[in-house]
Design a protein around this ligand. Structure first.
Ligand code: ZN
Length: 323
């Protein structure tokens, strides 16, 4: 008998026998798991009769989540994930160790999608707006924020390698960048995020000439405003300015997009500025210590060129219908 056929028979035998097997049946109960490291909580229930683990990996921090409680009810509206038996087809595609787990009655966790945010009703948006348009609204901020983070990282790297006294700020920039990306990974899946990273690279590639122009325009403005600045300061303040400008672009873009979506969907769509980006913004401001050139027309122009490029090059196949 070939191994696959053997596996198939063993799977079917397990499924047939498990209802009458003398073992714990958790159906109709709710289990609480709590992360030892970050306190993250998860409620699970049994869709099928089977075996579940006492511990699992925390999706938020990678720590260990422990089973702490079994209840017979949950409050309404609480998100509940289900332990399910993989189908025969899913089972046959699993690695050997996982197959053994399933043959011993082991279940796998089906993680439910988060409840819809009332201020960002994705389903409604998807219904009412053309797909390309909603994708563009969701993705442009991520691509441009990634670009802004690139400049923030340049600042942190420069401060560190030149032993400048901004350790706390640099640490915040690095930590919050990581957390921002983790937040993104909760709203888009990993492969989509990788595509967006790719688009960020394409953004840098397609706009490199304009970015260099922007860099020197900003640097010259700093020289005009503050002739006494040394090279270190010029380098850092220029990159901070560009990073801030890109973050501002994102926020303006989001506010405009949310107004547009509210109109199309007939409800109020409104999101708060990203908390991680705000912290990075503040750390950058701390480093530039009030050295600000404001809104110089020549810089605004250079920024506008880049804003147009974002649409032209990165999202060339995606169109936004203006209202
Ligand atoms: Zn955790």
């Amino acid at each position: 008998m070939n191994p696959k056929e053997d596996k198939r028979i063993r799977y079917n035998q397990m499924v047939e026998g498990i209802e009458n097997a003398k073992m714990y049946d958790g159906r109709g109960t709710y289990d609480t798991y709590v992360c030892e490291k970050c306190g993250n909580q998860m409620i699970t229930t049994y869709k099928d009769k089977g075996v579940t683990p006492f511990t699992m990996r925390c999706g938020d921090c990678g720590g260990v989540m422990m089973h702490v409680q079994t209840k017979t009810t949950v409050e309404p509206g609480v998100r509940v994930n289900e332990w399910v038996r993989p189908t025969l087809e899913q089972f046959l595609n699993m690695p050997n160790a996982a197959q053994e787990h399933v043959l011993n009655g082991g279940l796998i966790l089906k993680v439910m999608q988060p409840e819809e945010d009332p201020f960002f009703p994705i389903k409604k948006i998807m219904e009412k707006m053309p797909a390309k348009e909603s994708i563009r609204i969701a993705y442009i901020p991520i691509v441009v924020c990634n670009a802004a983070l690139h400049y923030a990282k340049l600042v942190a790297d420069y401060c560190a390698s030149h032993r400048m006294p901004y350790k706390l700020e640099c640490r915040t920039i690095r930590q919050e960048s990581v957390e921002y990306i983790q937040t993104c990974l909760k709203t888009v899946d990993k492969s989509t995020y990788e595509q967006l990273e790719q688009q960020t690279n394409e953004f840098f590639y397609s706009t490199q000439t304009d970015l260099i122009t922007l860099y020197w325009t900003v640097r010259n403005e700093f020289l005009k405003f503050f002739p006494g600045l040394d090279d270190d300061q010029m380098e850092i303040y220029t990159n901070i300015y560009i990073s801030h400008s890109l973050f501002s672009y994102v926020r303006d873009f989001q506010v405009t997009a949310e107004k547009h979506m509210s109109k199309v969907c007939g409800c109020i769509i409104k999101t708060d500025p990203d908390i991680h980006i705000l912290k990075i913004w503040k750390s950058l401001s701390k480093i530039s210590e009030g050295y600000d050139i404001g809104k110089a027309p020549i810089v605004e122009l250079a920024l506008k060129v880049i804003a147009n490029r974002i649409d032209e090059h990165v999202f060339s196949e995606v169109e936004l219908t203006e209202d």
